[in-house]
Design a protein around this ligand. Structure first.
Ligand code: SF4
Ligand code: SF4
Length: 361
């Protein structure tokens, strides 16, 4: 019988709905028993006659655990692909249950000693909300008090922001611009279906709201020497940190050679194309390739920019641009980032010269 203590719903998903348990390849198994005695959840029994493990209680297996496979001397144990769990974790409802669990056990789980960056809590006032592209919002924020400045910001960094009036935890968003003279910064928000912060932002946020935020945070910043040509690759709102970085480089190192590949799903998802076109026009060292899987009616490629149907990584693979000598900065959903990394490595950029900022798709 499955143990009810071990087969509780996994972050709200009934255990029996999740196919996660070991499978033993008996041909490879030498019957050592390590998996049987090593599992603390009673998943295995041992067939002493045949000297083989038996997966007797598959539902007792801990979701994501692969200890018995890792310790099997003959690699006889396999599991379903881990992507299956990653896909579950991408569902907002699962993520929300994890959040509720953390909050419910805060007294027990809270690490009291080192609140990260307690000095970086700031109050930011919403000054502008503007739809950009098909599914995105551009939100402009300014310091609510003088002490709330974003002066320490380095392009590429992010903020953590709380939904006002809720116990929910903060969400991270890249900052899409260096602070303007009056301290304003911009965020590019992509609507996540069912996501708590973006649902609030798209449906309730209004000019004048004051948000508590922590930041700027993160190490996704330009680390290359001044003479190094740079390659930027962005997918969707991964454009935000990349835009801030390019903006910085055009000002600080106008001679530096910069190339951007920016991919979206549908050409209606593009935004700020006028800005990219103005950069391409005014700076001969800036080159930009746009990509989209779907070309919607009315789309025209702004002068000075290039366009290719498909993905940013396919465009990158096919483009004649010499990239092996560049440092690369890549921002976007994890799956795209992984595909981009493969192309970059194939095209000669070693991993130590690739910097990434990945988020869930
Ligand atoms: S650890 Fe591997 S070899 Fe040993 S009994 Fe288990 S499956 Fe067989
Ligand atoms: S993966 Fe972990 S919980 Fe599952 S059977 Fe192996 S050791 Fe036990």
């Amino acid at each position: 019988m499955p143990d009810p203590k071990l087969t509780k719903a996994w972050h709200g998903v009934p255990r029996e709905m999740i196919d996660w348990h070991p499978t033993v390849n008996e041909d490879a198994c030498i019957g050592c028993g390590t998996c049987v005695t090593g599992c603390g959840r009673g998943v295995y029994r041992f067939d002493f006659g045949r000297k083989k493990p038996v997966v007797a209680e598959p539902l007792n297996c801990l979701i994501g655990c692969t200890t018995c496979a890792n310790t099997c001397p003959t690699h006889a144990i396999s599991f379903p692909p881990l992507e299956r769990i990653a896909q579950l974790l991408e569902k907002p409802e699962v993520h929300h249950v994890v959040e509720e669990e953390l909050l419910a056990r805060q007294d027990q789980l809270s690490w009291q000693e080192a609140l990260p960056h307690p000095d970086r809590l700031v109050q930011l006032e919403v000054t502008q909300i503007e739809p950009i592209g098909q599914h995105n919002l551009l939100v402009t924020l300014k310091p609510h008090r003088e002490s709330d400045c974003m002066c320490q910001f380095t392009p590429g960094q992010y903020l953590e922001i709380w939904v006002p009036g809720t116990p929910w935890m903060s969400r991270a968003y890249s900052i899409g611009s260096a602070p303007r003279e009056d301290g304003r910064i911009e965020l590019h928000l992509r609507r996540v279906e069912g996501g708590r912060f973006t649902t609030w932002a798209f449906e309730q946020m209004k000019v004048g709201d004051v948000l508590t935020a922590r930041g700027p945070l993160g190490n996704f910043v330009i680390r290359s020497s001044l003479d190094k040509p740079l390659l930027f690759v962005a997918r969707g709102t991964g454009f935000a940190p990349i835009k801030a970085m390019i903006e910085q480089q055009l000002k600080l190192t106008p001679q530096r050679n910069l190339a951007l590949f920016w991919g979206v799903t549908d050409t209606r998802d593009f935004y700020e194309l006028h800005l990219l076109a103005s950069w391409a026009k005014s700076d001969p060292n800036f080159r930009c390739v746009l990509t989209a899987r779907k070309i919607s009616a009315g789309f025209t490629v702004p002068e000075g920019l290039k366009f290719r149907a498909g993905t940013c990584y396919d465009a990158l693979a096919a483009d004649p641009l010499e990239i092996a000598h560049r440092d690369a900065y890549v921002a976007g959903p994890l799956k795209t980032v992984q595909a981009v990394l493969q192309v970059l490595k194939r095209r000669g950029i070693p991993s130590e010269r690739i910097f990434i900022d990945a988020f869930g798709s």
